[in-house]
Design a protein around this ligand. Structure first.
Ligand code: AHG
Ligand code: MN
Ligand code: MN
Length: 363
């Protein structure tokens, strides 16, 4: 297959960097290291049972049975976390890292030099899907480190709103391995050429269609949903004869990274909203390494990402592993869901036909 006309990830990054003549190249080198970690994870995932990488971490390693989230760690969760650490710590670009799989921030060990960025990641998203051979992914976010030469990084250094992200991306280990990246100038998608071992630009300037007829939500939680979410889903389910006057389709992969990718490819809306299932957990997904990077990508692709009430990227984080309600995807649907959340009085009146979607009292 000819290479002609295809840019590599390296070429793409060099061309992006030319917009900033003062840039040192550290950032590009960091992204290439992250891409290398993703390639290593892609290879491990692809070998599956042959690579002895399936199943739970604790089963034979004698390690902790659960991570800081209280979730069972898979062998591949731990391996992927190690790849991220080992492949990015040496380059001198990072002051520290934080991961879903580590309770505290990770300090760059001597003798490696410290750099000016922070890397935050979910090394393997959707890991409950590993053993059933369904797509999983990695999610990452790059922040600037505070200028504090020499000292160790603290949790507070990472508590930056999503608007502060320098770059964000994900790798999807599906039928093909892809890397999707934003450096704040739109969203680009790269497909791994397994022979060359290179990510090739295959999807320049990804955009999310503003409208959709496809939604994704874990309906088994419906009894815990808040009224605006119930209303939104009910209206989708009502289809052509309901207030939306069109039929909707539904998908749930249980790998957010795969859902985000589907939405980037053909539109859609994803909801893992705040619910009342566990009062200690205001949502399922984590703000710093799931919601913020995916939110940045969605907004850069012309979509929208929200808590249901406010834009996700504006939320001031309070903890490294903070959970949050998340809604993202096609702009008009996300805005509609936000509107439903903003109408507390309307919710009580929903049974009154005068207030239905096409009635006199709604615009
Ligand atoms: P992780 O594997 O990193 O813990 O994340 C899994 C997340 C996300 O990818 C997915 O959308 C969600 O959990 C699935 O939740 P349910 O099991 O409730 O469907
Ligand atoms: Mn995850
Ligand atoms: Mn994970």
């Amino acid at each position: 297959m000819p290479l002609t006309g295809r840019k590599t990830l390296t070429q793409y990054l060099i061309e992006e960097r030319r917009r900033f003549p003062e840039a040192s190249g550290d950032f590009n080198a960091l992204i290439l290291d992250v891409a290398m970690a993703c390639k290593a994870i892609a290879r491990a995932v692809a070998f599956g049972a042959l690579g002895d990488v399936l199943g739970n971490h604790a089963a034979e390693a004698g390690g902790a049975p659960v991570n800081v989230q209280g979730e069972t760690q898979k062998k591949l969760d731990v391996l992927s976390n190690d790849y991220f650490l080992r492949i990015t710590e040496w380059g001198g670009h990072l002051a520290g890292m934080a991961s879903e799989e580590m309770e505290a921030p990770y300090q760059i060990p001597a003798p490696h030099a410290r750099g000016k960025y922070l890397l935050v990641f979910d090394p393997l998203d959707g890991s409950s899907n590993i053993d059933v051979n369904v797509s999983v992914g990695s999610i990452f976010s790059v922040l600037r480190a505070p200028e504090a030469e020499g000292r160790e990084v603290t949790e507070a250094d990472f508590l930056q709103a999503g608007t502060q992200q320098v770059a964000a991306g994900y790798a999807l280990y599906g039928p093909t391995t892809m890397l999707v990246l934003t450096v704040g100038n739109g969203v680009a998608g790269f497909t791994l050429d397994p022979n060359l071992g290179e990510f090739m630009l295959t999807h320049a300037e990804l955009t999310v269609p503003a409208d959709t007829q496809e939604f994704a939500i874990n309906a088994s939680n419906s009894r815990f949903w808040e009224a605006p979410v119930k209303r939104y889903v009910d209206e989708c389910l009502a289809g052509k004869t309901g207030p939306r006057t069109k039929d909707f389709n539904m998908r749930w992969i249980a790998s957010m990274v795969a859902e985000a990718h589907r939405i980037l490819m053909r539109g859609g809306v994803f909801l893992y909203p705040r619910d009342s299932k566990d009062p200690a957990k205001p949502g399922r997904l984590r703000l710093l390494y799931e919601a913020n990077p995916i939110g940045f990508i969605m907004e850069q692709a012309g979509g929208r990402a929200s808590t249901g009430r406010v834009p996700i990227l504006g939320v001031q984080p309070e903890g490294l592993h903070q959970r949050i309600g998340l809604v993202f995807g096609s702009k008009n649907e996300v805005e509609r869901i936000e509107r439903y959340h903003a109408e507390p009085t309307a919710r009580k009146e929903l049974d009154n036909p005068l207030f239905h979607e096409r009635s006199l009292f709604r615009v």
